[in-house]
Ligand binder design. Structure first.
Ligand SMILES: CC(=O)N[C@H]1[C@@H](OP(=O)(O)OP(=O)(O)OC[C@H]2O[C@@H](n3ccc(=O)[nH]c3=O)[C@H](O)[C@@H]2O)O[C@H](CO)[C@@H](O)[C@@H]1O
Ligand SMILES: C=C(OP(=O)(O)O)C(=O)O
Length: 428
């Protein structure tokens, strides 16, 4: 196991190219199960979530290659192999195997998913959708069993706006008989990307990206080639890094529309921003003024950028309140920022930051993916050396982070954990 070491205080400058979106990738890959011939996806990020999903497709009989961001999937020999344990526990998005395998085989056994621990993350809306389509769903010893004689289109109202439930129901419904209508659907760009792939495979989907999605089931889905959208959360993380320690950074390969809520907040805090067609320039800012943020479903401020933004706010003058309305416990990075000299209070679902603080390098632990990003940002801003453990969380969602940051002028490297550190992690 490794840790990251960061020597703080080096200003960042240059251009960084953003990879394909993790939260699209993890749905596009399971979606290939539904096809009857080869599907190729271009521009996938080189992250552990993608590699684990590749192994899962292989476990069920898929022939899969993944070279230079391009994944080719031959689904012709796939079977409804039960996956109650193992790799499915290593990521959140293994839940998409439920919708895809139910849609294809009318039968699936998938262990309850892993992913970041951010408070309770139920999947009741996914199950409500599968049941509405005609599946019998049971939970037996931590695995979800799904069976259906036949899937039939239905009208499904989501009680909670959920990215995962919206996509999972789409996956199960594209081959169901008749029309499915998802009401109160999530509107994230990743949902449009998955709908685009499915449409290229022959599915009939209208309304993805709005809160009502209509799906008319088809008998067969065929192979195709698809290019993934850029990762708005990776892009946002680099925009926040640029605001924190940058001297002018171009964020390349982005869809600026997907980043409007962050762009608005960065401008409000005092960061100069120029928007191009597929690039965003983030300029240097000597003084930042505190702003409040509240996470919301898309197009609101994304919860996945809440933790990185909190690190940036330690540099801002004044009092800022950060409220996460999506997850009840997405503040595990705060204790670690406190070790670095930030005096942040957490009250319920809000963190209160009275900056500015001069961060000091420290040994800190990433408890989840975006906590890791937040700590890397803090390390870049801090005086001295910061050591971040829990790198496996960061590797779930950031492709070549160390290389990209070093290219921008940061001093960051990976080191093997010492025996003592390994023992400490095991005992904690
Ligand atoms: C792989 C992936 O795409 N992950 C993203 C996805 O997660 P994920 O799809 O898990 O998140 P959801 O949009 O489903 O969750 C939103 C909220 O709804 C609740 N909920 C969800 C489903 C359900 O059946 N019942 C229920 O109560 C959740 O606990 C949470 O409070 O969207 C989140 C919200 O933008 C992001 O933080 C994650 O990065
Ligand atoms: C919460 C996240 O991921 P996941 O849903 O895959 O755990 C994230 O990407 O910030």
């Amino acid at each position: 196991m490794e840790k990251l070491k960061i020597a703080g205080g080096y200003p960042l400058k240059g251009t960084v190219k953003i990879d394909g979106a993790k939260n699209s990738a993890v749905a596009l890959i399971p979606a290939t199960i539904l096809a009857d011939s080869n599907v190729t996806i271009e521009g996938l990020p080189d992250i552990s979530d993608v590699r684990i999903l590749k192994s899962l497709l292989e476990e069920i009989g898929g022939k899969v290659s993944f070279v230079a961001g391009e994944m080719k999937v031959d689904p012709s020999n796939m079977i409804a192999m039960p996956l109650p344990n193992g790799n499915v526990k290593k990521l959140r998005a293994s839940y998409y195997l439920m919708g895809a395998m139910l849609g294809k085989f009318k039968n699936a056994v998938i262990g309850l998913p892993g992913g970041c621990h951010l408070g309770p993350r139920p999947i009741d809306q996914h199950i409500k959708g599968f049941e509405a389509l005609g599946a019998e769903v049971t939970n037996e010893q931590g695995a979800i069993y799904l069976r259906a004689e036949e899937l039939k289109g239905a009208r499904i109202y989501l009680d909670v706006v959920s990215v995962g439930a919206t996509i999972n129901i789409m996956l199960a419904a594209v081959k169901a008989k008749g029309r499915t209508i998802i009401e109160n659907a999530a509107k994230e760009p990743e949902i449009i990307d998955v709908a685009t792939l499915l449409t290229n495979m022959g599915a009939k989907i209208k309304g993805a990206g709005t809160d009502v999605i209509r799906i008319d089931g088809v008998e067969e889905l065929h192979g195709c080639r698809h290019t993934i959208i850029p990762d708005r959360i990776e892009a946002g993380t680099f925009m926040i890094m640029a605001a924190a320690t940058g001297e002018g950074i171009v964020i390349d390969n982005v869809i600026p529309l997907h980043l409007e809520s962050l762009t608005a907040k960065l401008r409000e805090i005092g960061v100069p921003i120029d928007i191009g067609d597929d690039q965003i320039f983030v300029g240097k800012s000597d003084r930042l003024k505190a702003v409040d943020i509240k996470t919301l479903v898309y197009p609101g401020f994304p919860t996945d950028l809440q933790q990185p933004f909190t690190s940036l706010l330690t540099r801002a003058e004044g009092s800022a309140i950060v409220t996460d309305t999506i997850y009840s416990a997405r503040f595990k990075h705060i204790d670690e920022l406190r070790r670095m000299n930030a005096n942040i209070k957490v009250e319920g679902r809000s963190a209160i930051i009275n900056g500015p603080y001069k961060l000091q390098g420290a040994r800190v632990k990433a408890s989840d993916l975006r906590a890791g990003a937040a700590l890397v940002i803090a390390g870049l801003m801090a005086e001295g050396i910061t050591e971040v453990t829990g790198v496996e969380h960061i590797d779930r969602g950031y492709s070549h982070l160390v290389e990209k940051l070093n290219d921008l002028g940061a001093t960051i490297w990976r080191e093997e954990l010492t025996k003592e550190e390994l023992e400490q992690i095991k005992s904690s």
